[in-house]
Design a protein around this ligand. Structure first.
Ligand code: SF4
Ligand code: SF4
Length: 443
């Protein structure tokens, strides 16, 4: 069983935009809706080229249990459906919709009729809402529980521990009424359970706002935690707020916890009130190459180049542009990629900040192990990977690595540890799949 430390590491917060109220972007000419904006099986387009679509109209259907529908964020014409290069290097189908500038709302759109827990879960399924902290796990799946007595706590992840990102912070400050409505909805079904917000102590204004929510129910608690990365990691937050350890291979529900992101909760309330599915996001635009960092309200599907243009463009050539924060974010292949359901930040860095420092030899200082929230051993992963020793990688539990980047961040030799961990996880996955296949064939 890995040992959970209270601390990961201190990182520079760089929350430059926390006091900036999000500003709406101009309407994009064309939106791009990829079919993989969630974890699970791809959504499947249900519109054809030249079809007219409304704002809030479903344009792609969920497929399978872990999947999510996609809705148009503009009114206009479907221009094309073709593959685009995603940030993970794969090609995924995407629907391109040309806006007519009128933002006509789907006449069939109505608020969901909720009169039971089952209809609440059904509404979440239709809403297109996925984990908005960046993970993208379809939210309805977390609530699709046969026996509600299994749930002891609903944990609201308000940590937002990644540097630069302040979109959740702004939700807590600007959308507190939605959070109150969200809690009232949860209270209907979970009034006998604890509802806990976990938030880092570097967000005083948001903490004050959250404290006003305790009036909704005596079971609501605001837990203020040290600002230590990765406080918002799911297993880390569960341990640091509730002192519960999610065992290997198990889910939070196995220890009685449903965990959702704070902006996800606000969006659940918005959907239930209006019936408007997830079509817009608050996105932090920041980084050393950005001229005027801002928080913006962007329609899902807006090309990210329009967000940077709204922030007065670049003051220096961007050498690295990414979705999400610098610790766990992913580089994007071009500025044409769109805002996804899960996009909470787009960052652009100049050459100085983007360039990785030269690696030197490991000096066996052990800092990477000591700071890892799960006490994993990245140098041992690297050695086993080099030797293609999959048995050792399995023994070392590389699969538990959450790719938080702490080991790389603290390493004095600047070893590319998280990149190696990622590779090692991939190799181990392939090995285990092959092993399972061979076992199956031998039966
Ligand atoms: S990236 Fe993995 S090994 Fe490194 S600190 Fe995070 S969990 Fe530990
Ligand atoms: S922190 Fe870097 S130098 Fe220290 S043991 Fe880990 S890999 Fe080696």
């Amino acid at each position: 069983m890995p040992f959970f430390r209270l601390h990961g590491t201190h990182v520079k917060h760089c929350k430059n935009t926390s006091s900036l109220k999000p500003m709406p972007l101009l309407l994009p000419k064309t939106i791009i809706l990829p079919m993989n904006m969630h974890i699970g099986s791809l959504a499947s387009p249900i519109v054809n080229v030249n079809d007219y679509v409304y704002v809030g109209q479903k344009v792609a259907e969920a497929t399978g249990k872990i999947s999510s529908p996609v809705y148009s964020s503009v009114s206009g014409k479907v221009k094309k459906i073709e593959n685009i290069l995603a940030s993970n290097g794969s090609y995924v189908p995407a629907i391109f919709i040309e806006s007519d500038g009128l933002q006509k709302i789907d006449p069939a759109l109505v608020a969901p009729n909720i009169d039971s827990y089952e209809s609440f879960v059904e509404a979440l399924k239709k809403s297109g809402i996925v984990g908005l902290g960046g993970a993208g796990f379809p939210t309805y799946v977390k609530f699709d529980i046969d026996d509600l007595s299994k749930v002891e706590v609903i944990l609201i992840n308000a940590a937002e521990c990644e540097p630069f990102i302040t979109s959740d912070t702004r939700t807590m400050i600007d959308d507190i009424d939605d959070l109150e409505s969200g809690l009232q909805i949860l209270e209907k079904y979970f009034s006998s359970k604890k509802i806990v917000f976990g938030i880092e102590n570097n967000k005083p204004e948001a903490i004050q706002k959250l404290k006003t929510l305790t009036k909704v129910g005596s079971n609501i608690e605001i837990k203020v935690l040290p600002s230590i990365y990765p406080q918002g990691g799911e297993k880390v937050l569960i341990y640091n707020t509730l002192k519960k350890v999610v065992p290997e291979g198990k889910l939070p529900l196995d220890v009685g916890v449903i965990i959702i992101n704070v902006t996800t909760l606000a969006n659940i309330a918005k959907y239930i009130k209006t019936g408007m599915p997830l079509i817009e996001k608050v996105v932090t635009v920041d980084g050393s190459a950005v001229k005027t960092p801002k928080n913006v309200i962007a329609l899902v599907g807006t090309p990210i180049k329009e967000l940077f243009a709204f922030c007065d463009g670049f003051k220096e050539k961007p050498f690295k542009v990414m979705y999400g924060g610098p610790m766990m974010g992913v580089n994007v292949p071009s500025l044409d990629v769109p805002v996804l359901k899960t996009t909470n930040a787009v960052l652009a860095f100049n050459e100085k900040d983007a360039k990785l420092p030269d690696e030197s030899n490991c000096i066996r200082c052990g800092r990477c192990i000591n700071h890892c929230p799960l006490r994993l051993d990245p140098p041992a992963f690297a050695k086993a990977l080099e030797e293609s020793n999959m048995v050792e990688l399995e023994k070392l539990k590389v699969n538990l690595c959450m790719e938080c980047g702490v080991c790389s961040y603290v390493c004095p030799a600047k070893r590319r540890l998280v990149q190696k961990n990622r590779l090692a996880k991939g190799e181990l996955r392939k090995y285990l799949t092959e092993k399972a296949k061979q076992k199956e064939e031998a039966k």
